[in-house]
Design a binder for this molecule. Sequence first.
Ligand SMILES: Nc1ncnc2c1ncn2[C@@H]1O[C@H](COP(=O)(O)OP(=O)(O)OP(=O)(O)O)[C@@H](O)[C@H]1O
Length: 322
Amino acid sequence: MQDALSPRVGPDSTSNPDDAALLVRGLVKRFGDKTAVDGLDLTLPRGELLALLGPNGAGKTTTVEICEGFGRPDAGDVRVLGLDPIANNDTLRTRIGVMLQGGGAYPGAKAGEMLGLCAAYSADPLDPDWLMEALGLTEVAGTGFRRLSGGQQQRLSLACALVGRPELVFLDEPTAGLDAHARIMVWELISRLRADGVSILLTTHLLDEAEELADQIVIIDHGRAVAAGAPADLVRQDAEGQLRIRAAGLAADALETALPDGYRCRLSPAGELLVTGDITPELVATITRYCADQGILAESMNVATNTLQDVFLTLTGREVRA
Ligand SMILES: Nc1ncnc2c1ncn2[C@@H]1O[C@H](COP(=O)(O)OP(=O)(O)OP(=O)(O)O)[C@@H](O)[C@H]1O
């Protein structure tokens, strides 16, 4: 068992943005007429996990690739561990972890050999056997990269990104396409990395992944940040109370008239009556009394809490990709 996944150079724990693991200011990237990233600001403090959440085409991958030094911005400034990712590419290669698709430089090698080759570039690598085990890859160590399943290739790419004990890791949808068991293995490893002080920028379309792993979430849409904060704060932000009632014969407009000013009632597509406003015990008593007066028996009445899905939908008007 590996004792710690600590990076070779310990993180400077500080709130000073100049010392952040990643600092992005006013980032703009255009492809022809298309503006993929449109003035994005991000700050990833050292030792934290920042999740970039956004619908298809929001600009997540473009942003990550620029941070990795694979793309040149049209405007704005990017600092990775305090350095320019293009000018200092060679220095940063040994300090950051990047998940390459398609086997990187060694697509013909066997899985175990590939990880060994990646480890050989590091002065103090993690134990490759331990990493293979942690990601459920031990059984396929002797299998060629091209013969691995998509999920196995993805986990091997993750192992290659981590084996050199990077200070900062870029994970672009690390669990996309993995089954539930593999996803949990990857989540556990990411949690351990985070606990051991590695800084992580993660993109995901999975709200539960962002909620589970992130210190901070930035929701991006059309290349701009539309909301940012700790998962719990994002869910609380602008949260308006909602009561969901299922009751045959209860009409939304009639109930709204019977309630104090400020409450709104409407029927949801699922056939529930939604009451929005300040949900108090008095309100619930008023509605119950109203139903009794009308001879209406409610089947159910639930106080609904705002979810990250609600926040995401409100801000982007779109479902997260399934
Ligand atoms: N090389 C390119 N040439 C032209 N347009 C591009 C290029 N790369 C990205 N785009 C466009 O830029 C926008 C942002 O793409 P990007 O891949 O960064 O989004 P994303 O948030 O990662 O989306 P997804 O979740 O679907 O991967 C999209 O409209 C995309 O079509």
